[in-house]
Ligand binder design. Structure first.
Ligand SMILES: [Zn+2]
Length: 469
């Protein structure tokens, strides 16, 4: 491939699938955290033990490959990747090499599209525990609870142009995984090996291993680009190498010069006979696929006429999509999208509440939006109510009544407040008359204060303009 771009990034992502049992045995993937309590002779790799494929894991991986627009292989073939390391007691990992389950797919981002080279399934190795930290431990403990968990590996084409785009890709992939309900963020692990090369070095490739979280991926890439540029400016030559990301220090560190795939001596696994993926199964899975984020954006913008940016933000979170689709049964979609995208997210950010943690009583949220829609309360009042509702659930309609929060509809009262604001702030009025348009907002603020937020700001502004003339 001939490159011309300044930066070339490719990702190899490992996703833990949310199945109940492991990939080749019936040991549970969740439960006791006591080391080596969820193991059997298969996931411990005893000689003579025979792996049996978990159908659910295959279905999950196929769903992912379909959602990523991949061409699906006609059969499932497993390979052995040979290596010697304590995290894999068989001295090989069962994976797919020669025939991946899906290939040639893509993910569409907001303004670009990234090719997916391959999607395949493999078993997770055990975890190594260094009791005194990785550099000072005299020995290593091995916990096989994780060993044999189903992983999906997703490899992108080297088409990502910037750390920001890498982050956007990861975010979109996680969203798709959530939509498919094959992955639970925070519970299942997602990690990426990040390949990066820059034009100035003649595209010498560095690989950063095991970076978790899309924010960390962006940081690691930003650091690595800078490091490579500095080396070149100092007339140093870059080598192809594998590096580690140290998030606490914010740097990458050399692990080893890169081994090639051939070094692993892959062979087809003789214990696992290849089996056909029939059309019946593919059709069943296709039917089960939910509407994906991209289709949601299309539906929201075309059918409901909501702004593309709003559609993108809402569809990028399964929870927001579900909330949106439930409330538009009763509320105007444009109003609903505006309140979810701007106000709800503002309140969550302000209170430092993660989307995954927030709860809202949908009935009461609908009552709130309905009151705005019917012009019973002002947006200002609604903002205050939403802030309370996120903290603790309450009956919105009863509260509005009890606290007398209904919008002031008596025009005499509004006019009285406006006249007061004008006579109390003659200097501001003079400024406005001299052409300082913004000064009127101060008067609007005064009226809002007098009415305790129960007047419509736009109406007040118009009325003030008429009264000052
Ligand atoms: Zn097992």
């Amino acid at each position: 491939m001939k490159f011309t771009k300044d930066i070339i990034i490719g990702l190899e992502i490992h996703v833990e699938l949310n199945t109940n049992t492991k990939l080749f045995c019936s040991c549970p993937t969740k439960g006791s955290e006591k080391p080596n309590s969820r193991v059997c002779e298969i996931c411990l790799g005893h000689p003579g033990s025979k792996p049996v494929v978990n159908k659910k894991a295959i279905e999950y991986a196929l769903k992912l490959a379909l959602a990523l627009n991949c061409k699906i292989s006609q059969e499932i073939v497993f390979s052995r990747k040979s290596y010697f390391y304590p995290d894999m007691s068989k001295n090989y990992q069962i994976t797919q090499y020669e025939v991946p389950l899906g290939k040639n797919g893509k993910i569409n981002l907001k303004d670009s599209s990234i090719g997916i080279t391959r999607v395949h399934i493999e078993e997770d190795p055990a975890s190594l525990i260094h009791p005194k930290g990785i550099s000072s431990s005299k020995f290593v403990l091995v916990d096989y609870n994780r060993s044999g968990n189903p992983l999906c590996e997703i490899v992108t084409e080297p088409e990502i142009d910037s750390p920001k785009e890498a982050r956007e890709f990861m975010k979109q992939l996680i969203t798709i995984l959530q939509y498919l309900r094959i992955f639970v963020p925070g519970q299942n692990i997602i990690k990426a090996d990040v390949n990066i090369s820059i034009k100035e070095s003649g595209y010498a490739r560095a690989e950063i291993k095991n970076v978790s979280g899309f924010k960390e991926i962006e940081r690691a890439l930003e650091y690595e680009i800078e490091r490579q540029k500095q080396l070149i400016h100092g007339n140093k030559k870059l080598k192809q190498e594998t590096r580690a990301w140290l998030p606490e220090k914010g740097i990458t560190q050399l692990l080893r010069t890169k081994e090639t795939e051939e070094d692993y001596g892959y062979i087809i696994d003789p214990d696992l006979v290849p089996f056909e993926i029939n059309n019946e199964l593919i059709n069943k899975l296709k039917k089960e696929l939910p509407e994906l984020p991209e289709q949601k954006v299309k539906k929201y913008t075309e059918k409901y006429k909501i702004a593309k940016d709003d559609a993108f933000v809402i569809s990028s979170e399964l929870k927001l999509t579900e909330l949106f689709e439930n409330i538009i049964k009763k509320i105007d979609p444009i109003l609903a999208s505006k309140w979810i995208r701007r106000e709800l997210i503002r309140v969550l950010n302000y209170n430092k509440i993660e989307l995954s943690d927030f709860k809202i009583n949908e009935t009461h949220f609908i009552d709130l939006l309905k009151s705005i829609q019917d012009k019973k309360i002002t947006e200002k009042t609604a903002q205050g109510l939403l802030e309370k509702l996120i903290e603790k659930d309450f009956d919105v309609n009863a509260f509005v009544k009890k606290e007398n929060l209904l919008i002031i509809s008596d025009s005499n009262i509004i006019e009285k407040y406006c006249k007061e604001a004008i006579s109390e702030n003659q200097k501001v009025v003079d400024d406005y008359k001299k052409g300082n348009e913004n000064s009127i907002n101060f008067l609007v603020g005064q009226v809002m204060r007098k009415s305790k937020g129960k007047t419509d700001a736009r109406e007040v502004k118009e009325l003030l303009k008429r009264l000052i003339k």
